[in-house]
Ligand binder design. Structure first.
Ligand code: TYM
Length: 332
């Protein structure tokens, strides 16, 4: 079976619909066809400052949501990055074959470091994509399900795998991005030209999986839509209504054309009202299951520790190979 690996940061108290539609639903689907490794990347979550207690809580909430969304500990391996020390170990080696300029061209680094100012932006923020490459390469992943915003980081992971292989001999599988176009960029409800994002969107622009569905309904009602009144899919000309149609279609399983036909002659208000209902039906059982996992943190931590043990077997074997290739001493 081909391998799949992906990660998500525990940097908010809830995942949002962009995370789910762009990535997480594919994580769940790929468990059936792939040997699946998924990671709550808490090392990545400290690159821009954090509160230790909040971080640990969010890592648990992240894991609980992932199980609630359908990750099955029998069929996939879910773990927390800090429990597998091979990640930063391999990252060091990969950092030594990454160009300074190459890392500096990462657009997420440029955007974030510009916002924070070069004195405040951390070195960890700069080397972030190298750690991400280590995450992926340790598991010899064939495919990496992510949203569009991760494409450039995935390109770097591929380059580093190829570079290492040609410098030191074939060691890593070169991973391919698994980006499903229709939902690869869910946009902000208040600014349908920008991606829905925990760091840059206002709360009104984001639908969180764990928020009260009445609150989501309100946000959907006040979502920025386009001039005109016709419900048609036109990502360029009508980005607001198109984003709502994309979300509606992905959550309900109904095709966009089917939805457009069904709303012929109806108004934006009707679509928004029905979408709010679809969201409510989707999130309600997920919220219940998430709370179930959070009510038993000892059991949750145990599942994660078991995941980390399984992950370490694979990660340690790859790291051993990589160390050997670069001329390090074997582990004792
Ligand atoms: P993160 O935590 O920001 O986001 C998790 C996943 O959600 C996707 N995503 C979106 N997809 C569609 N529309 C949106 N508006 C939207 N917002 C977020 C992201 O593309 C991502 O797939 N660097 C990664 C975490 C990471 C990782 C890895 C991913 C660390 N190591 C190894 C893959 C493989 C990140 O910050 O994702």
């Amino acid at each position: 079976r081909p391998r799949v690996f992906s990660g998500i940061q525990p940097t908010a108290d809830s995942f949002h619909l962009g995370n789910y539609l762009g990535a997480l639903r594919h994580w769940v689907a790929l468990q059936d066809s792939h040997d699946a490794f998924y990671c709550v990347v808490d090392l990545h979550a400290i690159t821009a400052g954090h509160d230790p207690k909040v971080l640990k809580r969010r890592s648990r909430v992240a894991a609980a949501q992932l199980f609630a969304l359908g990750l099955d500990p029998e069929r996939s391996t879910l773990f927390v990055q800090s429990q597998v020390p091979e990640h930063p170990q391999l990252a060091w080696v990969l950092g030594c074959i990454t160009g300074f300029g190459e890392a500096g061209r990462m657009t997420q680094f440029k955007d974030k470091s510009q916002k924070q100012g070069s004195e405040r932006a951390s070195v960890g923020l700069f080397t972030y994509p190298i750690l991400q490459a280590a995450d992926i390469l340790l598991y010899q992943a064939n495919a990496v399900p992510v949203g569009e915003d991760q494409r450039q980081h995935l390109e770097l992971s591929r380059d580093l795998a190829q570079r290492f292989n040609s410098l030191f001999g074939r060691t890593f599988t070169v991973p391919a991005p698994h980006i499903v176009k229709d939902t690869a960029k869910i946009t902000d409800l208040q600014d349908p030209t920008a991606k829905m994002s925990k760091s840059s969107s206002s709360p009104a622009g984001i639908i969180d999986l764990l928020e009260d569905p009445a609150r989501s309904a309100k946000k959907i009602r006040s979502a920025v839509t386009d001039t005109g009144r016709e419900i048609v899919f036109d990502a360029e000309g009508k980005p607001g209504i198109s984003n709502l149609l994309t979300i509606y279609s992905a959550l309900s399983g109904r095709g966009i054309d089917d939805l457009v036909a069904a709303y012929d002659g109806k108004g934006y208000g009707d679509l928004k009202k029905d979408l709010a209902e679809v969201v409510r039906e989707f999130v309600t059982p997920i919220q219940e299951r998430t709370n179930g996992y959070l009510n038993d943190p000892a059991q949750l931590d145990k599942l994660l520790a078991q995941g980390a043990e399984k992950a370490r077997v694979v990660a340690a074997a790859t790291l051993r190979d990589a160390y050997e290739r670069v001329g390090f001493f074997p582990p004792v």
